[in-house]
Ligand binder design. Sequence first.
Ligand SMILES: Cc1ncc(COP(=O)(O)O)c(C=O)c1O
Length: 309
Amino acid sequence: MPFPKADKIWMDGELVDWDAATVHVLTPTLHYGYGVFEGIRAYPTEQGPAVFELRPHIERLHRSAKIYPPLDSIPYSVDDLCEAILGLIEVNGHEGGCYIRPTIILGYGEIGLNPLPSRPQTIIATWEWGAYLGEDALVNGVRVCISSYRRIGKNTIPPQGKANGQYLNSSLAKVEALRSGYDEAIMLSEDGYVAEGTGENLFVVRDGVLLTPPLSDGPLGGITRAAVMEIARDLGVEVHETSLVRTDLFLADEIFLTGTAAEITPVREVDGREIGPRGPVTEQIQSTFIDAVRGRLDRYKGWLTYVEG
Ligand SMILES: Cc1ncc(COP(=O)(O)O)c(C=O)c1O
């Protein structure tokens, strides 16, 4: 499928034509994966496109960069990057919403495993991207397996940084799942607790209560995860962050995945055990989330930054 190109890409403050937005083949991030990034979405609303939780995403980008010096030495504050993103969406004319990918990489000039002498480069791209796991998945759910790959751990690659190279771990699990006929993989932590999907957080509904693994079990501190917990509590659903093992998935009443790309995607089967079609708690949270990001609920207006302020 051809890439859904936009007009411009932001590179260190310059708006560059999409096809001219290139880096040298000896850019160190290409060789060692030393970079950080974010995934953000803008949604169409009645007042034009609005970005969901823009600032928290850019704050997380800055936190990821702090884990990986010298990526934290970029001259762009959180405000600068938020402004750059809003400007880029306007220039690219994404009236129907878009996906936003800021990344900080090590620029060309040095090579080797010491990143410190390299100069970081900041890049922001936007494009129009539909449902990550497919439109059908949002309604009918996905089939998942428990991966034979463990999720990166606290003392290997810090799970709370969103670093480019750590996604080798996710992609290995994803390829294994796809080649085994599943849609997605669930990864366990090094000590065998459920961590998350390859690019999504995970929630279980049991006896009407919402459960999700604590960050100490290795999932990324997802921004959609936080939004879902807030929505659930507002709907009167009890929420607990608690360690889960694979049997908790087999015996769940409902399971769903959350993420900027995947939004809220129900899980209908785990390792051949049927969980069932999208359940009532999932559906209620999913529809509230959609209404919130589309600017239809005053209660959650604070999550949105409108492109034309
Ligand atoms: C590994 C991983 N887990 C979870 C998530 C979901 O996080 P968020 O809701 O902030 O997109 C992502 C996406 O960023 C991810 O890459």
